[in-house]
Design a protein around this ligand. Structure first.
Ligand SMILES: *Cc1c(COP(=O)(O)O)cnc(C)c1O
Length: 474
């Protein structure tokens, strides 16, 4: 037995590299990372390759070890080359992400010590960090000190947690689902519909409220829809507003929707996954009036705080409601929340064991201070406004004046179908690769979108985008 254990130990110990080995690996990874960042402006925002990373399959798992340098080379060619480069300042499509450097360091530290951030007693420090971040975000949106929430992997899971909490708090019964109504606009992010379905609410009626000429929820129409539903014996349950739509960056009239939610006792969810952190910009803050009256808010630090992918947040005013939907073990655990100094994330989330994802946000916020984040967010707003002016000078038509950092535009050619022309144009931009753009369809009209949120996007990239578009329309 001892012999066997000794033999196994010798092999199992390969999992604990020597100090020398660690240094060599660190150096290889760091060299690659530095080179990636230092050459970022020479890299295309989008690269189409014939093989689209297929050669990764030529490196199967095997019994024996492989060389780090060979693996990094494979990552370079097969993973970090084909497709979208989200780290690029030329990423102006969908909702760009970020990848500020200290996110990686935070992940590194969190992985090395592997602190258990699910339960307070297991890592009081890690849980304090996570709750501190949540309270800071609650404060940003104007929630009371008693509010909290949960750090999630992203906005989709945050929306799901909010829908589940609303469902349970309003005590929806399955037999009433087909009489229950949720109000959204057609500009709500698709993760909201997805969350409704995953939460088991497939049979609930989703009412699509019309929008005004700036693509924001028409509150008069909402009021009428609620009244009509009540008259018809339906049960209005929840309203989901957007604070920054994906299509056009529009903010629904949050305060007026709050009035109706209050009056009709609806759960009020605001999806601010994209737009939430613009609250840090004084000039923009008033647009969000009423967000503090929501029951729940989704906000995505991996968008508006420029972190690498993997961090969203749901903020909930009534923490007890959140806990009632997510505690584990048994009812007698409910009062644990009051007995320890800090609520445990595992009691407020579908997850138990999880990535200590607070570290990747806490470290950059402390290391940089808030100032550069605030400036970068304001810069993105102004870059979008700049583009709005310049693109018209190139003869493009524009959508509503951008409220945040997303806007719509399209080229209407003298002859031929405008939709076809713009669909071709977005394909041509993708093939060119210097910048990356996406499109949307609103009432049958094909629009190009500009979405400025990558932290590396500066005036240079917006001018480059204008240059590319000018070249391609010829
Ligand atoms: C991005 C986004 C989501 C989804 O968030 P993920 O982090 O991608 O899961 C939801 N709502 C809005 C408004 C978004 O912009």
């Amino acid at each position: 037995m001892i012999d066997k254990l000794k033999k196994l130990e010798a092999i199992a110990n390969l999992l604990e590299p020597s100090a020398e080995q660690r240094t060599a690996w660190n150096k290889a990874v760091q060299t690659y990372a530095d080179q990636f960042i230092d050459t970022i402006d020479e890299r295309q925002a989008f690269i189409e390759t014939e093989e689209s990373g297929k050669a990764i399959l030529d490196v199967p798992f095997q019994e024996e070890a492989r060389e780090m340098n060979m693996l990094i080379e494979t990552i370079r060619t097969e993973v970090d080359t084909p497709g979208l480069n989200p780290a690029s300042g030329g990423h102006l499509a969908y909702i760009p992400g970020g990848g500020i450097f200290p996110t990686a360091l935070g992940d590194y530290l969190a992985s090395i010590s592997n602190r258990y951030a699910g339960v307070f007693f297991a890592s009081p420090g890690a849980v304090r960090i996570e709750n501190m971040l949540l309270r800071w975000m609650c404060q940003l949106i104007g929630f009371p000190d008693t509010a909290l929430g949960n750090l999630t992997s992203g906005g989709s899971i945050a929306n799901l947690v909010a829908v589940v909490t609303a469902r349970d708090h309003k005590d929806l019964k399955a037999k009433e689902y087909d009489k229950t109504v949720i109000y959204v606009t057609s500009f709500a992010h698709h993760s909201v519909q997805k969350a409704i379905r995953i939460a088991g609410l497939r049979e609930v009626q989703i009412r699509y409220i019309p929008v005004d000429d700036r693509l924001r929820m028409d509150v008069d129409a909402l009021e009428k829809a609620i009244a009509a539903d009540k008259t018809n014996g339906m049960k209005p349950f929840m309203v989901v507003a957007s604070a920054g739509t994906t299509d056009a960056g529009a903010i629904d009239p949050l305060d007026r929707i709050a009035d109706l939610a209050e009056q009709h006792e609806l759960w009020y969810h605001v999806d601010a996954a994209y737009g939430g952190f613009f609250l840090m910009v004084d000039e923009i803050r008033p647009h969000y009036k009423g967000i503090e009256r929501a029951d729940s808010v989704t906000i995505d630090p991996h968008k508006g705080l420029f972190l690498a992918y993997g961090l969203g947040a749901v903020l909930i005013k009534n923490v007890e409601a959140l806990q009632n939907s997510h505690y584990y073990l048994a009812n007698y655990m409910q009062d644990v929340i009051n007995e320890v100094e800090e609520p445990s994330p595992a009691d407020l989330s579908p997850e138990l064991t999880k990535h200590f994802r607070g570290m990747r946000m806490w470290l950059p916020m402390q290391l940089y201070g808030l100032k550069p984040f605030r400036a970068a967010l304001e810069e993105k707003i102004y870059l979008c406004r700049y583009f709005y002016e310049k693109i018209q000078e190139l003869g493009f038509e524009v959508g509503p004046y951008p409220e945040l950092s997303v806007m719509l535009y399209r080229y209407v050619p003298k002859e031929g179908d405008a939709n076809e022309f713009n669909a071709k144009l977005v394909k041509a931009v993708r093939a060119d690769g210097r910048v990356f753009l996406s499109s949307t369809n609103i009432d049958g009209v094909f629009w190009l979108r500009l979405a400025v949120l990558a932290f590396r996007t500066h005036l240079y990239h917006i001018d480059l985008c204008l240059e590319v578009l000018e070249e391609l329309i010829d």
